[in-house]
Design a protein around this ligand. Structure first.
Ligand SMILES: [Zn+2]
Length: 193
């Protein structure tokens, strides 16, 4: 049996060792203070020389003994709820498929490079055709034919480049859609458990 003092009214409260660390309520009707049942640290042994003081301290320590001589001098309260464990954060697709994400990154860069090269090629072809039209000594029929050819090839190259770019980007997005579906499936499966 352990005895502590109510921090509010200083009444002695007794309880078994199993109650240490738990929240209790003082049973005195005029107090009802809620506190943690913890035994006080052992007081330093102070030599009391004065017999009057010794008598007074003995009286003080026993003044509430009679009121609280039963063992149930407290109401046990439910201890506060334990902290909820932090939910494990969902794994991102980057963590789950690092190589696949690397590959998709490369594909995206490759698609952009392809688009730029096709556009540069188209621009050079068209500019070449215009140069032939302006500076060539060839007959005008030939020059017109060659500039028309250059514009057709250049436009064709730009269109093909754009189509290749769109197809590559669409396939990248398609893989992302599959990853999202897979992620949602896992999430729903986790919820169902
Ligand atoms: Zn009290």
């Amino acid at each position: 049996m352990i005895t502590v003092r109510c921090p509010s009214c200083q009444a002695e409260v007794r309880g078994p060792e199993s109650i240490v660390g738990k929240r209790v309520r003082c049973k005195r009707d005029d107090c009802r203070n809620v506190f943690v049942f913890e035994p006080p640290p052992p007081p330093p042994p102070a030599p009391v020389d004065d017999p009057w003081e010794r008598e007074a301290s003995a009286l003080a320590s026993s003044s509430y003994e009679d009121e609280f001589d039963d063992d149930e001098s407290f109401d046990e309260l439910p201890s506060p709820l334990p902290k909820r464990k932090k939910k494990k954060t969902a794994e991102t697709s980057e963590q789950r498929y690092p190589l696949l994400n690397k590959y998709l990154e490369w594909c995206r860069s490759f698609a952009q490079i392809v688009l730029v090269l096709y556009l540069i090629g188209a621009a050079i072809t068209v500019l070449g055709g215009i140069a032939v039209l302006l500076f060539s000594d060839a007959p005008s029929d030939t020059r017109l034919a060659s500039v028309a050819f250059a514009i057709c090839v250049g436009t064709g190259a730009a269109i093909v480049g754009y189509i290749v770019y769109v197809v590559l980007m669409a396939s990248i997005q398609f893989v992302h859609v599959i990853i999202d579906i897979e992620k949602n499936t896992r999430r729903l499966a986790g919820k169902a458990e």
